[in-house]
Design a protein around this ligand. Sequence first.
Ligand code: SF4
Length: 415
Amino acid sequence: MRLPIVTLSTQERWSCHQCGICCRGSLVPLDDADLQRLAGQKWEEHPDFKGIAVTTKLSLGANRRRLAHRDDGSCVFLQNDGLCRIHAELGFDAKPKICRVFPLQLIPRDKDIALTIRRACPSAAADLGASVDDHLPWMRKMVEEGKLFPSAAPAPIFKQGEKRDWKIVRVLLNAVSELLRDERYPPVRRLVHAIRLAELLHRAKTASLSDAKVEELIATICTLVYEEAKPYFSERAAPNASARILFRSMASDYARLHPKYRAKKGMGERIKLFRNAISIFRGRGALPDLKPALPAGSYEDLEHALGRIDPSIDLPLARMIETTSASYMYAIADRGHWSIIESVLGLAATFPVGLWLLRWSSIGREPTEKDMLDIVVALERGQGATQLTGKVQRSRLRTLASSGELARLVVWYAA
Ligand code: SF4
């Protein structure tokens, strides 16, 4: 049965402004049809690709593959004129599926497919251009012509070690989305509500409960989170030292996904990474050299209060969290065995990371909306980055949440 394609109730916008960022530093996973198509194109026989692999493992030890990058992180098919080699030589339909539609994205769910945009594109992060509804007929045509094959997705894991079907999974995803869109509260408060929901549900012994009882429990917790969140604001306290170490190492991983950062390789880089690990631990000393993406400075520079900033600067970050939760993308994204609880924590963590990176971007000056748009691109790229979707990141999030420190980090870096 073909599922209907729907757009979100909140309007999203995007048109391509040809910045070329999507061909630099992005990971493009390939499915079997993409791999077959690329193999048939025989790039290994092309004089410009002799000895150059056009695909590589998605991550160390993974079975899936992605498009290969050059040393500077750009796609192996990106030409000097900014165009795609596959498109230029063989046409639009010859490209991998993701490249054909990016940043539009279809999120297959149980009863429908959500059409949304990936904010890893700066124009999408800024909601610039045509409404996503305007792109709907084209996406429908792509599906009808068999160029995209979305099919109903299995329900994401409810809790660690606990699988439930879509009916109850949808209840939880909608509860999270409603908390995150509750306009009676500022975004920081909404995130603490969602974190408390995730933490309380994680602690509850639900394995033997029926779906009806779990639904009741979710509804009850949703009424409790408002009181639960209050002490984080009335007794605002600095996160403890261990939480700050975990947070800095997570935020540094996101910093390397900044669209202006060009990855470097070699022994010199490995030594710098080692030195940076020491600074992350101490919370003192020079920040890693990520120029021109981010300015030079020290870890101490990122601990000052942000003060009041123009709401237009916060907006792209708030929009990313809102639309990612409304589409369920944060929970359905391909991250192996993450549960919804872990995905909620991961989404919430992007908020303090975003504001920490905003402090870094604007060392010595006032932050701007452009700073935040680049940061949102980095945060969105984290959805598919190995270092932020693997065991290390899950363990960071679980440790932060179990001690209540994730909510504390959210509140601490918001101000
Ligand atoms: S990142 Fe967005 S605006 Fe830039 S080239 Fe890609 S699709 Fe176009």
